[in-house]
Write a protein that binds this ligand. Structure first.
Ligand code: APR
Length: 291
């Protein structure tokens, strides 16, 4: 392991401070889930009729809910059958070793961190979670929550079976995706391009608070294309805390690391590099002489 990286990790471990991990689609790439902006990415392929940036919007959902659901159900199917990888498991080891001194902020909606064993109340899905849906008319926020088993207005995604990119949408699909309270469409619990981060659905303040208190920010597998993650990176840089970016390619986070006195850009994949990084962060020092 590179000397500079070892020094940053040793300082973080000895400080006993908190650590925030910030992940993007790259940590799930080795689980077989395409990233968004890579050559095979969802935003590159999209659907045959629309560009993805049009598809992942409230405006498109209002105009063509079945088309949007068809695209999401295909993507969610890919997530459902993917398995956590060594990168996800390394962050779970860090979570378990540090307890409340660890917070995970993820842009991924694939659920792989939680399936790997991440602690739910320390895992902040700032772009939502494919396993959940909400009433598109937000009726549950008006009525008393929970009577239909909602958690914060969210319901589990109904079982829609295995879907291809062009699997037709049936009346049965439509009724499965109707709000049990008001009959409106249920929508994916994901943040759309024409919507905003908030605390209630996307834990915005929680993520920023964690970053404002951390002594190390560990960024893994994100291209820095979205605002809240970049705010977290810039906050860490301004605070002068330890910053590590794990990514095969340079990106705005690696630029921040290279400009920081306590930053290091780890050019590599999550599965290759995260296990040794976590090992260094959780190695218990042998205090006193080894007898
Ligand atoms: N290990 C680590 N990083 C990887 C790996 C890997 N094995 N493979 C690819 N990467 C990196 C790529 O180099 C790229 O920088 O992962 C990053 C993926 O970038 P994007 O596809 O842009 O995904 P992400 O940064 O998560 O996108 C953020 O944008 O479209 C929205 O909501 C969507 O959550 C998504 C957000």
């Amino acid at each position: 392991m590179e000397r500079e990286l070892t020094n940053i990790l040793d300082e973080a471990r000895r400080s006993g401070g908190s650590i925030v991990a910030l992940t993007g689609a790259g940590i799930s790439a080795e689980s077989g889930i395409p990233t968004f902006r890579g050559t095979e990415g969802y935003w590159v392929i999209g659907s045959k009729n629309y560009m993805p940036q049009e598809m992942a919007t409230q405006e498109m959902f209002r105009r063509a809910p079945e088309e949007v659901w068809r695209w999401y159900l295909y993507r969610f199917g890919v997530c459902k059958y993917a398995q956590p990888n060594a990168g996800h498991r390394a962050l779970v080891s860090l979570d378990r070793a540090l307890g409340d001194r660890f917070q995970l902020v993820t842009q991924n909606i694939d659920g792989l961190h939680l399936r790997a064993g991440a602690t739910p109340n320390r895992t902040h899905c700032i772009h939502g979670d494919a396993a959940f849906v909400r009433c598109a008319d937000a009726c549950s926020h008006a009525a008393s929550q929970g009577e239909l088993g909602e958690q914060h207005g969210k319901l589990p995604l109904p079982d829609m079976g295995v879907r291809g990119a062009d699997t037709p949408f049936t009346e049965a699909d439509r009724s499965r995706l109707s709000c049990p309270r008001c009959g409106a469409w249920l929508r994916p619990h994901v943040l759309w391009f024409d919507e905003y981060y908030d605390e209630e659905n996307y834990r915005m303040q929680t993520a920023l608070r964690a970053a404002s208190q951390a002594s190390l920010l560990l960024v893994v597998g994100t291209s820095g294309a979205t605002t809240l993650p970049m705010q977290i990176g810039e906050l860490a840089f301004r605070r002068g805390i330890g910053m590590i970016d794990v990514n095969p390619e340079e990106n705005p986070f690696s630029d921040l690391c290279q400009a920081s006195a306590k930053g290091f850009f780890v050019r590599g994949s999550a599965c290759e590099r995260l296990p040794e990084i976590v090992q260094a962060l959780t190695a218990f020092e042998v205090s006193g002489p080894v007898v």
